[in-house]
Write a protein that binds this ligand. Structure first.
Ligand SMILES: *Cc1c(COP(=O)(O)O)cnc(C)c1O
Length: 341
């Protein structure tokens, strides 16, 4: 297989159209067999459920080349089950989890020429998504759905190393109590756009959202979960039913316990106690961990002792261990690495 001629180490985080994608349609109560197709465009009726009432969900994961030249992806079974959870919450039919993983494998294999080579820092981002496709005008779930997966090569999240971020405590909420914060739905992102544009205009990289009921507890950012490191080397991560269950965060918790012999606390985290932590990081598929150096709460600054120059030492150890597992430098727990080619 010959690789495409792309400037792998200078790719940004944008959409590059590849040769093929996967599509399966749901009609009369069943998913069809699905197929690999070349057309990147979708033609739908003007009244499709997705356009009128935002009945759409998505996932995100990456395929990449390991040191020994294999193309792999990381824990796709967890994306499959999380997408099934998202589907149930929005009254959509879940795409069968085993077929989800098969479709990921198929679409990456067929686009192998777009998987960045080892050492470039770039990866192939995989975007599964699903939407209501038939006309819906009265408010109700659609009867017909489309499940698709496209892939796009993306550059390293941080060019020239991960510099600690400055973030702000947001006055907006990202999720309602008992709402949809725990599922990966486009609607959670539509309503976060104003908050993130505002934060960027004010010079902040991200928003720290608080719990919508009491506004005293840390939830997450628009697209990444928090981890904190205490001064005595414990990992603390917020627990709430309106946080999106990040696969990166769940993997880091496992790594902390089983590889680094750290104590882990998954619990409510008060904003008030953040000033006592030694390190803070944001975790998600795109960057694995982005260090946070400063949190601004309406003019009062919380400066993490790890500072603004580099990732804190414990965060770094977590980062190195998880990326070591992903890249095949360290032994992975059973089932974490799915070999594609
Ligand atoms: C996708 C997402 C994350 C990160 O999840 P990963 O599975 O680690 O990529 C965190 N928060 C939100 C709101 C998300 O949508």
């Amino acid at each position: 297989m010959e690789k495409k001629q792309l400037d792998w180490s200078n790719l940004g985080f944008g959409y590059i159209q590849t040769d093929v994608r996967f599509v399966s349609n749901y009609k009369d109560g069943a998913w069809d067999d699905g197929a690999i197709v070349t057309d990147a465009n979708i033609v739908l009726n003007e009244c499709a459920g997705v356009f009128q009432y935002a009945q759409t969900i998505f996932e995100g994961l990456k395929a990449y080349t390991t040191e020994d030249g294999h193309i792999v992806c990381f824990r796709p079974d967890l994306n499959a089950s999380r997408m099934a959870d998202s589907a149930r919450r929005l009254e959509m039919p879940a795409f069968p989890e085993d077929r989800f993983v098969d479709a990921v494998v198929q679409v990456v294999r067929e686009n192998a020429a777009y998987v960045p080579p080892f050492g470039s820092g770039a990866t192939l981002y995989i975007r599964p998504y699903m939407m209501g496709t038939n006309p819906v005008i009265g408010v109700k779930p659609a009867d017909e759905y489309m499940f698709r997966i496209f892939v796009t090569p993306v550059g390293p999240y941080f060019k020239g190393g991960a510099k600690p971020l400055t973030i702000k405590v947001s006055d907006f909420d990202r999720a309602a109590p008992n709402g949809t914060g725990h599922i990966k739905a486009g609607l959670n992102y539509a309503m976060s756009l104003h908050a993130i544009v505002t934060a960027h205009e004010e010079g902040y990289a991200e928003n720290m959202y608080l719990d919508p009921r009491t506004r005293t507890k840390v939830e997450e950012t628009g697209g990444a979960n928090f981890i904190f490191i205490t001064k005595d080397n414990r990992l603390v991560t917020p627990k709430s039913n309106s946080i999106l269950p990040s696969i990166t965060r769940r993997s880091l918790v496992y790594v902390a316990k089983h590889y680094l012999d750290m104590e882990v606390e998954e619990r409510e985290v008060l904003l008030e106690e953040v000033k006592d932590f030694a390190e803070c990081g944001l975790c998600g598929t795109a960057a694995v961990i982005s260090p946070v150096g400063k949190i601004v709460d309406h003019g009062s600054e919380i400066c993490l002792p790890s500072g603004m120059d580099e990732m804190g030492p414990v965060t770094k150890k977590l980062y190195d261990t998880l990326t070591g597992i992903q890249m095949g430098r360290m032994e992975a727990p059973e089932g974490w690495i799915k070999t594609i080619l």
